[in-house]
Write a new protein. Structure first.
Length: 359
């Protein structure tokens, strides 16, 4: 089962700075002083809308998959919405870049990419963001600085490190947010990337989305060190242990991480403790965990319900929230109609976009 929050226990394990000042938890201290981003009502409504958009989009994607309209694999992000929304709302989409694995629809939506183009990619249509040739796992948008969508577990970590190298080399002021899972975190290439990123002080935020499972394997069965934010210690990368089910906590942690990275200090490793409600992919019956476990997370830690509770407590009228829910449903319905009704790529498209340039 996933951890639900970073915090007190971990703070107690604070280490003293070593001989030249490295402190694994130096950023955690800054984060602990004020855990919640002071969002205005409008900002919080925007975060709420984005999370609802991801949730409704993913539900619809699951339905289209069930109808046989989505080819290949499809990994849903339901439950993890606060991570992509909280982190990416802190980025500058004009200069920062994002890269992730195959559970990628939410990250694209959080970066403002048109849901119609993402849904049409799922159904393999010409109008899709990757012209219908990438599908669920391999979407890409240079225009939006979104570099995939990668089906090979962990492969995006060295690629994200390379993107960060490019940001530094070009002096464009950008930061690369590189997402990967708790399972991917056990791969060797991740640590080669950590070493280079730290050595060269690259502008990269490594984000481990710890959703408790890698396919059917619980974290405790696969990882010797389950506190993932500590995994950068050997490379002198400070860690942040964050409750990934609380969008305001995620956003606040992003502020701390980005401030550190943008000042040229090198990478940060963030562990976002979260949970996926659905199976690993659409073909997973999820027999490795109990219904009660999932139910408890939904009832007690749901990020959308949490944001809604906060909005209501602030006195935002319920009608305004309901209006957002309604508008968001309409956006998703429109995206699904578009994705079902737009044409497939022409046969000759099989031979295009294989290489970037002609040879
Ligand atoms: C190199 C490689 N090995 C194995 C797989 C099969 N595989 C796909 S997803 C996955 C689990 C990854 O789990 P995690 O990194 O925790 O991400 P999550 O699915 O939880 O988001 C595995 C083993 C793969 N795609 N690539």
């Amino acid at each position: 089962m996933a951890k639900t929050s970073g915090g007190a226990a971990a703070a107690a394990a604070q280490t003293e700075p070593d001989d030249d000042g490295f402190q694994l938890r130096s950023l955690q201290e800054a984060h602990s002083t004020s855990r919640h981003y002071p969002a205005s009502d409008d900002e919080l409504l925007r975060f709420y809308q984005q999370m609802v958009l991801i949730r409704r989009f993913e539900e619809k994607a699951g339905q289209l998959y069930g109808l046989g309209l989505v080819g290949g694999f499809c990994h849903l992000y339901i439950g993890q919405e606060a991570v992509a929304v909280g982190l990416q709302s802190a980025l500058d989409p004009d200069k920062d870049s994002v890269i992730t694995g195959y559970r990628d629809h939410g990250h694209m939506l959080a970066y403002g990419i048109d849901p119609k183009l993402i849904m049409a990619e799922l159904t393999g249509r010409q109008a899709g963001i990757s012209k219908g040739k990438g599908g669920s796992m391999h979407m890409f948008s240079l225009e939006h600085h979104f570099y995939g969508g990668h089906g090979i577990v962990g492969a995006q970590v060295p690629l994200g490190t390379g993107l960060a190298f490019a940001h530094k080399y070009r002096e464009d002021g950008g930061v690369c947010m590189t997402y990967f899972g708790d399972g991917a975190a056990n791969q060797g290439q991740v640590y080669e990337s950590f070493n280079m990123a730290s050595l060269w002080k690259l502008p990269v935020v490594f984000v481990i989305e710890n959703n408790g499972y890698a396919m059917g394997t619980a974290v405790k069965r696969s990882s010797a060190e389950t506190e993932f934010y500590r995994r950068g210690t050997a490379f002198r990368i400070p860690g942040l242990d964050v409750n990934g089910m609380d969008v305001l906590e995620v956003r606040q942690a992003a502020e701390v991480a980005l401030d550190f990275v943008r000042k040229g200090n090198g990478p940060v490793l963030m562990e976002l403790n979260t949970y996926r409600y659905r199976g690993h992919s659409m073909s997973d019956p999820a027999k490795y965990r109990s219904r009660e476990e999932v139910q408890e997370m939904r009832e007690k830690h749901d990020p959308i319900e949490g944001a809604k509770t906060e909005l209501l407590a602030r006195g935002v009228p319920e009608e305004r929230i309901k209006e957002i829910d309604k508008q968001t449903r309409a956006i998703v319905t429109e995206a699904a109609d578009f994705a079902e009704n737009s044409p497939e790529p022409a046969l000759e498209q099989l031979y295009t976009d294989v290489l970037v340039e002609s040879y």
